[in-house]
Design a protein. Structure first.
Length: 226
C-alpha cells in the first residue's frame, strides 16, 4: 500500500481540486441571475456553424487524455500541465463569482435541422450562456497544447504535435462558431494563457520549488552527534 501511495500520490491535488471546481462551477451556473452582457462588434460577423460541435465536445477527451498521459509518463510535465490548468480555472471561477457575466449570442431558432444542430440544442439545454469569461475551453486547450509542445516525450513526434495543433485550433474556433463564447472571451483566454506560459514553461521557478520541496521531504535527519 505504501509503495502504491508513493507511486501515485501526485494524483492527490487532482482528486482534491476536481470536485471543488465542479461544485463551485455548478453553484455559479444555478445561482447567477444578473450578469454583465459580454459583446463585441466582431461577434456579429461570425457565422453559426453547427459542425463544430464535434471539436467542441472533443475538448473533454483532449484535456483528459493529456492529463492522464502525463500522470503516468512524466511527473514534471504533469505538474506543469496541472499548474497551468488549475491556475486558470481558479481565476475563471473567481471572475465569474465577483463579476457575473454572460452573452446573448445564441440563435433563438436553429437555422437548419440536422444531427449537429440537435447536438448543439442539447448542449444549450445543459450549459447556460453565463460564466464565460475567460473561455476555459480556449485556455485549457492552449494549456494542453503547450504541454505537448514543451514535453520531452514528444520531441520527435511531429505527428502528435500537428494533430494537437489542429485539434486545439478547431476547439478554439468552435467556441465562437457555436455562439458559446464572444471574441472577448477568447482573446482574454489567450492573454491569460500567454502569461501562464511564460510563468510555467519559460521559467524554471515553479519546477525548482517543486524539486526543492520533494528533496526536503526525502532528506532524513542523520544520527545525532555528541
Amino acid at each position: 500500500m505504501k509503495q502504491f501511495y508513493n507511486k501515485y500520490k501526485h494524483a492527490i491535488p487532482l482528486i482534491i481540486y476536481f470536485p471543488i471546481y465542479l461544485l463551485w462551477f455548478n453553484y455559479l451556473e444555478q445561482h447567477v441571475k444578473h450578469y454583465k452582457v459580454i459583446h463585441v462588434a466582431l461577434d456579429d460577423y461570425i457565422p453559426f456553424c453547427e459542425v463544430f460541435i464535434i471539436p467542441y465536445l472533443l475538448w473533454f477527451v483532449y484535456i483528459a487524455a493529456v492529463v492522464i498521459y502525463f500522470f503516468f509518463k512524466d511527473k514534471d510535465d504533469y505538474f506543469k500541465c496541472c499548474t497551468f490548468l488549475f491556475t486558470g480555472m481558479t481565476i475563471f471561477l473567481l471572475i465569474s463569482t465577483l463579476w457575473p457575466n454572460g452573452h446573448h449570442l445564441r440563435p433563438f431558432v436553429m437555422p437548419r435541422e440536422n444531427i449537429f444542430t440537435k447536438m448543439v440544442a442539447a448542449l444549450y439545454k445543459t450549459d447556460t450562456p453565463t460564466n464565460l469569461w475567460p473561455s476555459i475551453h480556449v485556455y485549457n486547450s492552449l494549456g494542453c497544447h503547450f504541454a505537448i509542445m514543451k514535453s520531452r516525450c514528444f520531441e520527435k513526434r511531429k505527428g502528435v504535435k500537428t494533430a494537437s495543433l489542429i485539434l486545439c485550433s478547431s476547439i478554439i474556433m468552435s467556441t465562437m462558431l457555436l455562439k458559446q463564447h464572444s471574441v472577448f472571451d477568447v482573446t482574454t483566454a489567450f492573454i491569460m494563457a500567454t502569461i501562464m506560459y511564460l510563468i510555467v514553461y519559460r521559467s524554471d521557478v515553479l519546477l525548482n520549488l517543486k524539486h526543492s520541496y520533494e528533496n526536503r521531504k526525502r532528506r532524513k535527519p542523520g544520527p545525532e552527534t555528541l
